[in-house]
Write a protein that binds this ligand. Structure first.
Ligand SMILES: Nc1nc2c(ncn2[C@@H]2O[C@@H]3COP(=O)(O)O[C@H]4[C@@H](O)[C@H](n5cnc6c(=O)[nH]c(N)nc65)O[C@@H]4COP(=O)(O)O[C@H]3[C@H]2O)c(=O)[nH]1
Length: 938
């Protein structure tokens, strides 16, 4: 509907121009058509009128001449000898008259009346003998030639042949008949059919046109009105005009009684030659609707052309206006867009030098400069808004003072930090915030720097409204006018309270253990360094104690970390209580604590403190619902004997602590130099072990397991051997712990498992009888993620069933591995591995816990077997263990059976299997296979 609105002149300049030009053209055409039609009407009126008048005149001429000629004929006939001579017979006369009648066919009758008025002779013998005296021609034709007006043919119409029977009219032409003697003999008269006149009139007529012949009195002699009716009744005006008009012919326009307007041409008879005529008037009329048809048609044509012209002009106007209005429309659309805020809109520029081009350029430039101005203003407003936002929302307090240092403006943060509302401080000096902590000189220095550098930065202690003194970092700037005079000071305050607290917190976290509140490793180092420098300066001695809780991991795993943490806090408190205020007790992490005891008089003092600690920790802890006890292993190093640096002293105390652990835990060990050598040796071993695998220095030995009852080899234990290139044979008892500590055990363990599985596969492929081969697992291996899946995949990848492999776990492992261990054991068991508990009796396995484990067999440690035949205790232990194991449906395997006596003993105790030098030492694969072979040979 947009185009409709474009056509509305009220909306569109283009439509206005178009309508105006169309309307002008139309009006002009209307005027022109009116003028042309009027003109044409006048023309028609004149030419037609004149033509009518001419034709009316010529009609009269014909009639007058006809009447004149008839009159002459009759006069001439009257002078004929035979006519004038009374003696000539009537027949002769009749003959002459009939000949005359034939010469003009309009003669109705020609005849002669005698002086008495009696019909003497007549053509067709009509009226002969009749009394014609009263006839005007008879009476008036005696003296001279007579012409009579139209009259009814009363007699002749009955006599003459008249098929229609209608009355007809005649005009009379008569002349006196005078004989030679000059005596009147009668009157010769010719009756002329009036039809003749009507035919003359008709001959001048054209369709749509009427002719009238009027008598002098205005009676209708011929025409559409009844004969001898008075024209004054139907056209009084016309008749009056004719009478008044002095002209012989002319035309006029008049409305007749029938309501129609006629164009009328008229002529008045003027006779012919000496014939004066009878005063006849001829009229030719035409209805103007017909007469003016050409004018009307012309007007219609001009009007049609006008409409065409109007439309053409409207279209031309539309096109021209389009050329003018198009660019203006584009400019106005562009202006609309700009007005709607589309400032980036580029107003199109019209090419050329015309007004519109000038307008478009001017608007383009104007919009450009407006846009620039607006965007600059917006930027400025944005800047102001931002500044106000920054001022209002800045987290730092902002105070603006005037040159006299009276506060003129503060922001929200100021109120939040100081507690003063803006109303409370406006007009006041910022001095109201002074804490009193700074001296007069400080403020003097402050203003000196401020005025010389226009800025001062620094920390100031101020006071809040509630009286709290707090630190702030302040930046004060000076604002000056163009003359350099100070107008304002702007101070930005950053409240440092939180930051200080945070710094203190960070400081605390950096130096203290969060759980126990004891100094951590860093603060310990500091304190130790301080203690050492004191000791050096005062030739004093100092002790470093490394304290590790035994089997603390078990508590964490079994009772949860919350209990473990609570216990550690209590342990920390008790350790602290065992020390003097000047001493330091720190927590390094986990269950490791270090104490630094300065100004030591003797070793006994350290021993006393350590024993106090052991005694203190051994007392029961009530943690939640649990009653717990822990034992520590404590290693001590002394300055200056065991080291002069903090690092050395800590390391040596650590070594001593390990020694205490090795020596059975819950004890105190002093550092000895030999420990260090052992540690070095251990480190060397570790390094060598790293490359042992790659260098092929590790091999597997196998020791058969034998059925006590049958003496058959029913299994084997895989035992690792390391052939060190320098040291020679290294016992697994020595390098397995090293591998465990260093983490190498995982790699080595995988290798062992793979080797054993491969060996089984080879034996299988070689057709040997397969017995399960037990592989030792270490605690660290067991702790690996997805351990069960891993060893399963190693075995399956080799391509042997899992029940070919037995897994041995030591009892002490159960103490060290986490609470998840039962789940892992279940997984292994479900995967098809048999599990066996090694070294049973050396640890402190709770029997109730043992019940939960999916163990297939239980190996009695060789230390019990060794003296079984001599030591009753050992015998009792082995016996009880065997009973217990059987009760739990486990096999019992005796380890380290060296003698027949021992074998007999374990047989008595119903052990199912044994393993030991008695049957076979651990041997390489080449020998081990012979046991299988031999067995398979049986
Ligand atoms: N006196 C005496 N000893 C006997 C007798 N019969 C066997 N033995 C020794 O007793 C140890 C039995 O192995 P274990 O208790 O599992 O104790 C093993 C095991 O805990 C560990 N070990 C050995 N190989 C591996 C291994 O591949 N992986 C892991 N994690 N540990 C291993 O090293 C320990 C020591 O292994 P070995 O030195 O081979 O010592 C073996 C074996 O040689 C005997 O009649 N008399």
């Amino acid at each position: 509907m947009r185009w409709l609105s474009r056509l509305n002149p009220r909306n569109s300049l283009r439509a206005q121009i178009s309508f105006a030009s169309g309307a002008i053209a139309l009006l002009l055409s209307l005027a022109l058509s009116y003028y042309a039609a009027e003109n044409s009407k006048n023309q028609i009126e004149k030419s037609e009128g004149e033509s009518f008048a001419r034709r009316a005149a010529s009609m009269l001429d014909v009639l007058d001449r006809g009447m004149f000629e008839r009159s002459r004929e009759i006069q001439n006939a009257a002078t004929l000898e035979d006519i004038r001579d009374p003696d000539v017979s009537v027949g002769r006369k009749r003959e002459i008259l009939e000949r005359l009648q034939r010469s003009f066919n309009a003669y109705a009758w020609i005849g002669i009346c005698d002086v008495q008025g009696k019909g003497l002779v007549g053509t067709g013998k009509y009226l002969e003998g009749k009394d014609l005296a009263k006839r005007p021609w008879c009476s008036k034709g005696r003296d001279r030639a007579y012409l009579g007006d139209m009259h009814d043919a009363l007699l002749l119409s009955k006599l003459l042949p008249n098929p229609s029977g209608e009355m007809f009219y005649l005009v009379d032409v008569a002349a006196p008949v005078i004989d030679k003697q000059g005596k009147l003999q009668g009157v010769l008269c010719g009756h002329i059919f009036w039809k003749w006149a009507e035919e003359v009139l008709d001959s001048k007529k054209t369709p749509g046109m009427d002719t009238f012949l009027l008598s002098q009195d205005g009676l209708v002699l011929s025409g559409p009105e009844p004969a001898r009716s008075d024209l004054a009744k139907v056209a009084p005006l016309t008749l009056r005009t004719l009478r008044q008009s002095g002209q012989r012919s002319g035309y006029l326009l008049e409305t007749w009684a029938d309501g129609k307007t006629y164009l009328i041409g008229y002529a008045k008879s003027s006779g012919y030659r000496d014939y004066p005529g009878m005063g006849w008037i001829s009229l030719m009329r035409e209805d103007v609707t017909q007469a003016f048809t050409p004018a009307r048609q012309l007007r219609q044509r001009i009007l049609a052309m006008g409409v065409m012209l109007g439309l053409m002009f409207a279209w031309l106007g539309w096109m021209m206006a389009g050329r003018i209005a198009g660019p203006i429309t584009r400019i106005s659309q562009a202006a609309d867009k700009v007005a709607a805020g589309e400032l980036t809109y580029d107003v199109p520029m019209q090419q050329g030098n015309g007004e519109v081009a000038h307008l478009s350029t001017a608007i383009h430039d104007m919009v450009g400069s407006l846009t620039r101005e607006i965007s600059e203003r917006r930027k400025a407003e944005e800047g102001l808004r931002l500044s106000a936002e920054v001022f209002a929302n800045n987290s730092e307090a902002i105070v603006i003072t005037d040159a006299s240092n009276a506060i003129v403006m503060v922001n929200r943060a100021f109120t939040e930090i100081t507690g003063y509302s803006d109303r409370e401080v406006l007009g006041k000096n910022p001095r109201i915030l002074a804490s009193g902590r700074h001296t007069k000189e400080f403020y003097q220095g402050f203003f000196t720097v401020l005025h010389s550098h226009n800025q001062w930065r620094g920390e100031i202690w101020n006071k809040r409204k509630n009286g709290e003194v707090f630190p702030e970092w302040i930046t004060v700037s000076v604002l000056r006018d163009e003359r350099g005079e100070v107008t304002h000071y702007i101070a930005v305050y950053l409240d440092l309270s939180e930051r200080k607290k945070e710094e203190e917190r960070i400081q605390y976290l950096a130096n203290y253990d969060v759980l126990t509140g004891l100094p951590n490793r860093y603060l310990l180092n500091d304190r130790l360094e301080q203690g050492l420098s004191y000791a050096q300066g005062h030739q004093a001695r100092l002790a470093v104690m490394f304290i590790d809780l035994d089997h603390f991991k078990n508590i964490n795993d079994s009772l949860g970390h919350d209990i473990g943490d609570a216990l550690l806090k209590m342990v920390a408190d008790r350790l602290k209580q065992c020390l003097r205020r000047s001493d330091t007790i720190a927590r390094l992490g986990g269950d490791e604590f270090v104490a630094v005891i300065g100004d030591l008089n003797s070793e006994d003092e350290a021993t006393f403190i350590a024993e106090k600690m052991i005694a203190s920790l051994m007392q029961q802890f009530d943690v939640g619902e649990y009653q717990l006890s822990v034992t520590p292993s404590i290693g001590v190093s002394i300055y200056p004997e065991d080291g002069e640096t903090a690092t050395l002293l800590l390391r040596n105390a650590d070594l001593a602590m390990y020694r205490a652990k090795d020596a059975g835990r819950n004890r105190l060990e002093y550092y000895e130099a030999a420990m260090n050598a052992k540690a070095v040796q251990r480190l060397q071993l570790e390094n060598d072990l790293r490359s042992a695998l790659a260098k092929g220095q590790l091999t597997m030995y196998y020791q058969p397991k034998v059925s006590v009852s049958s003496g058959e080899v029913v299994g084997m234990e895989a035992l690792l051997r390391w052939s060190h290139p320098q040291i020679g044979f290294v016992s697994p008892a020595d390098f397995i712990p090293v591998a465990e500590e260093s983490g190498l055990i995982n790699e080595i363990g995988d290798w062992v498992l793979h080797q054993v599985a491969m060996q089984q596969r080879i034996w299988l492929s070689q057709g040997y009888r397969i017995v399960p081969v037990a592989v030792n697992l270490s605690v660290r291996q067991f702790g690996q993620k997805n351990f069960a899946e891993k060893i399963q995949s190693i075995v399956r990848n080799v391509g042997i069933p899992t029940h070919f492999i037995e897994l041995e776990l030591t009892e002490s492992m159960l103490m060290d591995i986490g609470g998840d261990s039962i789940r892992v054991m279940d997984q292994l068991n479900e995967a098809g591995f048999d599990l066996s508990l090694d070294d049973f009796g050396t640890g402190y396995s709770s029997l109730s816990r043992l019940k939960l484990l999916p163990m297939k067999s239980l190996k009695i440690d060789q230390s019990f077997v060794r003296d079984i035949d001599t030591d009753e205790n050992d015998e009792a232990i082995v016996n009880a263990t065997a009973v217990l194991a059987h009760a739990m449906e486990m096999k019992v395997i005796a380890e380290g059976v060296e003698t027949q006596a021992q074998l007999d003993f374990i047989r008595d105790l119903h052990c199912e299997e044994y393993q030991g030098y008695l049957f076979c030492r651990p041997v390489p694969e080449s020998i081990a296979v012979t046991y299988l072979q031999r067995e398979s040979a049986i």
